[in-house]
Design a protein. Structure first.
Length: 78
């Protein structure tokens, strides 16, 4: 089953991930995982409190990027 941003948002809600820990619409929220689309690719990265990107990953599909984020938050505990 493929996942888009809206399905991912629902899954993160079920996991009780605070909405301040991620941005699925490209907003640059400090201290959060960010999903953006740039030049045809989906990018996922952590944006620190100083505005620096870390651990940037690039995906060719939205579904792959969302699966990556979902897996990331499954590893976290809240």
């Amino acid at each position: 089953m493929t996942m888009d941003r809206f399905a991912l948002q629902e899954r993160l809600r079920v996991l009780a991930v605070p909405f301040t820990h991620y941005s699925l619409q490209g907003e640059l929220i400090p201290d959060a995982i960010i999903l953006t689309k740039d030049k045809g690719y989906w990018k996922v990265f952590y944006l620190d409190e100083k505005g620096h990107k870390h651990d940037e990953q690039q995906f060719s599909t939205e579904a792959a990027a969302c699966a990556y984020i979902h897996h990331y938050f499954l590893q976290e505990t809240y």
